[in-house]
Structure formats: C-alpha cells, structure tokens
Design a protein around this ligand. Structure first.
Ligand SMILES: [Zn+2]
Length: 203
C-alpha cells in the first residue's frame, strides 16, 4: 500500500471549494435564484457556500517616540517587517484580535488606543483595521510567527523592507498626523478610511 506523503501547509488559504461541507457532494458554481453572483452551490443538498472578505486586525504600537515592528517568520513576506497584525478569529472583536496578535507576534504589553486606519483591500478580499496602542514596557517576547521584534525611531523605519502596503500607508499616516500634533495629549487622532488597489496577491 502506498504511503501518503506528509501534507504541507500552504498560503493562501484556498477560497475555491470542490466539495459540499454539509454532504460532501461535488460543488457546482451557479447563480442561485434571487441572487446576483456565482456561488459555490451543492445541487445535492441545496447548501450555498457564501464567501466574504476576511478581516485583518492589527496595532500600531508606540513606546516613547519609537514604533514596534516585527520581522515576519512566516509566509507570505517572510523576513519582511510588519506591524503586529493577523486574521481576526471567530468570536472575538476587532480590538480583541488586534491585542491577541500583538501578544502572539511581539509579546508586548500594550494599552489599546483608538481605531486608526480602516483599509479596503478588495483584490486580496480583505479589510484591514489598525488600532493605535501605547506599549507599557520595552520588554518583548516575539512568538514563533516572528523572527524578531524591535522598536524603530522614525528615521530607522525600514521602508523598503516593510511587508504590506497597508502597513506602509498606516505608518505614513501616523508620521504625517504626528507632524501636525494629532497625538498630543487632549488631541483627537483622526481615523483614516481608504482603499489600496494593487495587483492580485500583492497587498
Ligand atoms: Zn451538499
């Protein structure tokens, strides 16, 4: 009997579905009655497998005048620098997810601040949310998804080595708002809502 090779995990998470999750029959792609787009439909049991954008939740953590970044230890963008962020899990709020990701990727103690950027990334089928956060202690303990976590002054930010467009634009907004005094005590930091449009898979 042939032995199965060990399965390897891969990115991205597959969107296309071949079998019904309810009855395991083959999936058909069709537009159901009263719908307006193709869905993964099971003609055997009638289940419609809707697909919707995924939420990525993260934090822009600041310690004194420095920003906390993590060097990615996983694909995609292995070895590139990012703000702590990741896919929201079922049953948590965006704020809880952002704090969890900061703990997992940097091991940083933070006090979560206001929501700061909301970014539509339609080509990647995602919406990204970044919160501002105050780091409470310089002690870091990066988890297995990070090669390294450290603080950067404004001048040290490794722009060409940043992992994602949403991280770059969030940092750009932060530096610009800081210049205009939007983070001074008593000031109300703005929320930035926008869209990034880039070639498929390049977010
Ligand atoms: Zn079915």
């Amino acid at each position: 009997m042939a032995t199965q090779p060990a399965s390897s995990f891969y990115f991205p998470a597959p969107r296309a579905q071949k079998f019904c999750s309810q009855c395991a029959a083959h999936i058909t792609y069709l537009t159901p009655p009263d719908d307006n787009r193709l869905r993964a439909v099971c003609e055997s049991c009638g289940a419609v497998h809707y697909q919707n954008p995924r939420n990525v939740v993260g934090v822009l953590p600041v310690w004194e005048d420095k920003i906390l970044l993590c060097r990615r230890g996983i694909e995609p963008r292995y070895d590139k620098w990012t703000l702590p962020a990741g896919f929201m899990e079922l049953g948590e709020t965006t704020a809880q997810g952002a704090m969890r990701e900061t703990q997992e990727e940097a091991g940083a103690q933070i006090e979560l601040g206001p929501l700061y950027t909301v970014i539509d990334v339609p080509h990647a089928e995602q919406v990204h949310f970044f919160y501002l956060a105050q780091v409470l202690s310089p002690d870091l303990a990066p988890g297995p998804e990070s090669l390294e976590a450290r603080f950067f002054t404004e001048d040290e930010i490794p722009w060409p080595e940043l992992a994602f467009r949403t991280v770059i634009t969030t940092l750009e907004h932060y530096l610009e708002d800081k210049k205009h005094g939007h983070f001074k005590p008593g000031a109300h930091p703005p929320v930035h809502y926008y869209e990034v449009s880039l070639p498929k898979r390049d977010y």
